[in-house]
Structures are given as C-alpha cells and as structure tokens.
Design a protein around this ligand. Structure first.
Ligand code: ADP
Ligand code: ZN
Length: 216
C-alpha cells in the first residue's frame, strides 16, 4: 500500500514476476472493464475520472470473483486493495473463508513532491499494462512499450486536478489502513522515494525474510 504514485503498480508487477505469483491490481481490472465498456466499467468510470473511490460493493465483488480463480493457489500480490477499512475487513473475511490470511503488508512511504513528479510523467502500456515514466523510466522507443511493443498512453486520472483529489482521498480513506495493519503486526514500511530498482531490492529482502521466518 501507499499513496498514488508510490510505485505500487510498478513494484507489484515486478515482485509478482520474481516470486512467480499472480499480480492482482484492482485499478488494472477496473481499467480493463472500462476499455471493454462492460457494465462494471460503466459504473466505475465516473468515480475513477473524478479521483474518487469506486463503491466498495463493486470492487469487493470484483475481487471476490478474481480470487475464485485457480491460479491463486500459491498466493498472490494484491495491489490497490484494500483502500479503506471497510475493504480491509472484507478482505480479511474473504481470506478467512479460504483458511488463509494476509501475510505481509508493504507500505511504500512517499513524499508529496515525488508523488506529483511520478504521476504527472507516468506512461502506461495499452496492451500489457507496464508502467514507464517520461523522465525516470523512459521507454527505449518513443511512446512504445519495451516489453510488448504496445502503444503507451497517459492515464486520464493523471492530471493535476485529479491527482490532488486522489491524494485527498488517500489521506482520508486509505491512510488509516497503516494503523489497521500495524495493530495486526502485518505492516512493513519502507521509504519509496528512491529509484524503482532500489525500492524493489528492499521489498524482495522483506519478502525473503518473511518466507524464511515462515519456513522455520
Ligand atoms: P493509483 O494507486 O495510482 O491511484 P490505481 O490504478 O490503483 O492507481 O487506481 C486508480 C483508481 O481506480 C482509483 O483512483 C479508484 O477510483 C479506483 N480503484 C482502484 N482500486 C480501488 C479500490 N480498491 N476501491 C475503490 N476504488 C478503487
Ligand atoms: Zn506492453
């Protein structure tokens, strides 16, 4: 978890590849639904463009369907959910029914100037969803994905006004999750202002430490 622009998507995708686990991003699933113009997409679109949260019932139902698929047997990297206490309780309940629980919550602590710089220069692949950045992680070929050759685009919610709103929503709705997971001894904080590679190494170390302690 962490504010918009913390690098959740970038880090979660790479971590999922490294650990050979599926990456489940509620933001990505919502954007897919919007581009396919599904019923869910139509319901979610206005909330997302305003920088507001999509109603809990919609997102929670969407997540419940996703984690019913067989590929999550060995675990998964969850990105963008929960975003408020209500969703955190729903997640705990969903996992409990499957005799499992959240292992580790990684909080990417990020300062406001870094957030604004990252979001205003972010580019996303329209095909595979990979993230790039105009300055920090430029693609090799202009507006083209290094991984799959897909066309890159700027998210409609990555504009100054919506970014401001998303930050407000984060502070009000999502930041109480820090305390929620801290109380449950799940929370691990790290500074995410550094370059993506440095942050990734810190996350991988945390994940390994956790796995090793779990094996004993
Ligand atoms: P970011 O973390 O950079 O804001 P995301 O792709 O995670 O980007 O989310 C984009 C938007 O999708 C959010 O502003 C919100 O409208 C919606 N969204 C994603 N996940 C959730 C969620 N768990 N609950 C409610 N809305 C969500
Ligand atoms: Zn791509």
């Amino acid at each position: 978890m962490g504010p918009p622009g913390a690098g959740k998507g970038t880090q979660a995708k790479t971590l999922a590849q490294k650990l050979k686990l599926p990456h489940i991003s509620t933001g990505d699933i919502l954007r897919q639904n919007i581009s396919q113009n599904s019923g869910l997409g139509q319901q979610a679109k206005d909330f997302m463009n305003k920088g507001a949260l999509v109603p809990d019932e919609l997102v929670t139902e969407m997540l419940a369907q996703r984690i019913n698929q067989p590929d999550i047997q060995n675990g998964f990297i969850l990105d963008g959910y929960p975003r408020n206490i209500n969703q955190a309780r729903a997640l705990d309940e969903m996992l409990k029914q499957r005799n499992t629980a959240v292992d580790l919550v990684i909080y990417l602590d990020t300062s406001e100037p870094v957030i604004i710089q990252r979001l205003s220069g972010r580019l996303v692949c329209s095909v595979c969803g990979a993230n790039f950045h105009i300055e920090n992680m430029p693609p090799k070929v202009n507006m083209t994905c290094d991984n799959c050759g897909g066309k890159l685009y700027q998210r409609t919610d990555d504009n100054a006004e919506t970014i401001k709103k998303r930050l407000q929503v984060y502070l009000k709705e999502s930041s109480p999750l820090i305390q929620y997971y801290n109380q449950r001894q799940k929370l691990h904080s790290l500074s995410a202002d550094e370059d993506a590679e440095i942050v990734l190494n810190k996350i991988v170390d945390l994940a390994k430490e956790y796995r090793d302690s779990y094996k004993v």
